[in-house]
Design a protein around this ligand. Structure first.
Ligand code: G16
Length: 543
């Protein structure tokens, strides 16, 4: 085996976004692109000599090839050991757990999350630190700096490793252990939720449909729901991971999981429906005729978490990203614990979780999680919901109606304008920013602006500061509009417009969300000039 030092030069466009580096697959496959980024990651974290890394991905096209490249580079950079999911598969939460369980020094997770996969679709890579969580900004900044000065990368000549056979192998002086991607994760879930109660629920005839969207949660859901918990065969649909996700878009929302939504709103709907995304960290929850927004799901889980063994002693606190609806705030206040507001990006929850300030966190982008790992966790959310359904013996619709009757309902929607010309999206945000001082007190249509600003965050643990984290306009009467540019898109810019309206009138808790949000939508479009500047008259996706 020959150790090689390959000359290279910096490649532009290697700045990590909200969650690692995401690009078109063809970009990642271009000469030196992946190698430059992997070496820069190793350099940015102070080298990997003597370290143990977890490596795995969501099984999308190029996953297997990229893993072999990473393993050769890790060996050539002197890593002591790589722990790899069988077949190169690890869901993002399972990878986070494995890093923590094995006290590894970090991990490389190959995924573009909910983005489609395939040679013409998307690929991604991110580094998670020893706490199992996505690298904080200080580390990703360091990695980016290394991408701009890189001169060479290290690799070696070696045959591809057999990723299918569980057990020990070696690559030069590095140990490689291939592990069952599901077993440790399933064992962790059993310590958190009441498997006995859920088993009894299924044994009593409770019905469910879990859509794995041809992505990584298939094997996890088959093993846990149909295997350990005894749900009938067929409960899990689209449960075999495929490199192009069955040519689908593995994003668990009403647009991309429409077949599941139709089933749940049709005759003979099961009691409970759920879906997860490409890498298994997102989730969608839907009851019979009752879609639950991610923000509401966070509030519901917060209100009832104590029913699960893992949270029996109560929660230390909760956290949500700024654009996530304020539904959980009321629950936290009434239960007497803190509610933190962070920028978008799971990495911002890491310090709060590590410091024991929060137990649960969540985001409007279909992510919920807890201190059991340092990533959001789709299947965990589904299992916690099942635990709550088993304990309360109520339907999803009943649980939501109770929650809204107690705390009011935060009607909520997110409008995504995708692949917008980047210059125009930047212009719109720039204009909006410059007009902010004029907004307070202004009347826009039926609404009056109470406060408008650009969100900045100072981490309460390490005092690091993050500016420019979204523009928010709060109106009198519980309405709010938030504008952000996505940090996960791979084509042009994606403008996200988040709309919210709190309703406490008990007679108005079952209205159509889009109708309730019409005033705040109109005000937001007027304030931002979004349609005139971008030329877009409608969002591509509403979730
Ligand atoms: C990632 C991050 C989330 C974030 C989401 C959307 O999720 O981990 O924290 O909310 O992207 O980010 P943006 O609005 O910038 O596109 P995932 O599931 O894509 O890894």
């Amino acid at each position: 085996m020959l150790m090689q030092t390959m000359q290279t030069t910096p490649i532009s466009g290697q700045k990590p976004g909200t969650s690692g580096l995401r690009k078109k697959t063809a970009v990642f496959r271009a000469p030196h692109f992946l190698e430059n980024y992997v070496q820069s990651t190793f350099n940015g974290i102070g080298g990997v000599a003597g370290k143990t890394l977890v490596v795995g991905g969501d099984g999308r096209f190029f996953n297997d090839t990229a893993i072999q490249i990473i393993l050769r580079m890790a060996a050539a950079n002197g890593a002591a050991k790589c722990i790899v999911g069988q077949g190169g598969l690890l869901s993002t939460p399972a990878a986070s757990h494995l890093i923590r369980l094995r006290q590894a020094d970090g991990g490389l997770i190959l995924s573009a999350s909910h983005n489609p996969g395939g040679p013409d679709a998307d690929f991604g890579l991110k580094y998670n630190g020893p706490n199992g969580g996505p690298a904080p900004e200080a580390v990703t900044d360091q990695i980016f700096e290394c991408t701009q000065t890189i001169e060479y990368y290290r690799t070696c000549t070696a045959d591809d490793l057999d990723l299918e056979t569980i057990g020990q192998q070696s690559l030069a002086d590095m140990d490689v252990e291939i592990v069952d991607p599901v077993a440790d994760y399933a064992a962790l879930m059993e310590t958190i939720v009441d498997f006995e109660k859920i088993r009894a629920l299924f044994a009593g005839g409770f019905t469910m449909c879990f859509d794995a969207m041809h992505a990584v949660t298939g094997p996890y859901a088959h093993a846990i729901l149909e295997g350990i918990l005894g749900a009938p065969k067929g409960t899990v649909i689209n449960g075999t991971p495929s490199p192009d996700f069955g040519k689908g878009h593995p994003d668990p929302n009403p647009t991309w999981a429409k077949a599941l939504i139709d089933k749940m709103y049709g005759a003979d709907a099961p009691d409970f429906g759920a879906a997860s995304d490409g890498d298994g960290d997102r989730n969608m929850i839907v009851g019979r005729g009752a879609y639950v927004t991610p923000s509401d799901s966070l509030a519901l889980l917060t209100a009832h978490a104590h029913l699960a063994p893992g949270y029996r002693d109560g929660l230390a606190g909760v956290a949500r990203s700024m654009p996530t609806s304020r539904a959980v705030d009321g629950v936290a206040e009434s239960l007497g614990f803190g509610c933190f507001e962070t920028p978008t990006g799971w990495k911002f929850f890491g310090n709060l979780l590590d410091a024991g300030k929060v137990t649960l966190c969540g985001e409007e982008s279909a992510g919920t999680g807890s201190d059991h790992v340092r990533e959001k966790d789709g299947l965990w959310a589904v299992l916690l919901w099942l635990n709550i359904l088993a304990e309360t013996q109520k339907s999803v619709a009943e649980l939501m109606a109770d929650l809204w009757a107690t705390y009011g309902r935060c009607y909520y929607a997110r409008f995504d304008y995708e692949a917008v010309d980047s210059a125009k999206a930047t212009e719109m945000m720039h204009d909006l920013r410059s007009k902010l001082p004029m907004f307070a007190g202004a009347s826009i249509g039926a609404l009056e602006v109470e406060m408008a600003d650009e969100f900045s965050y100072v981490d309460p643990v390490d005092r690091s500061r993050s500016d420019g984290q979204g523009i928010r306009v709060v109106f009198e009467g519980g309405a709010r509009a938030v504008f952000r540019l996505s940090g996960t898109g791979t084509q042009g810019a994606t403008i996200r417009l988040y709309l919210e309206q709190l309703e406490t009138d008990h007679d108005r808790l079952q209205e159509d969300a889009q109708k309730v949000l019409a005033n705040v939508r109109d005000a937001a479009l007027q304030l931002s000039d979004l349609e005139a500047i971008t030329g877009r008259t409608a969002p591509d996706v509403i979730t």
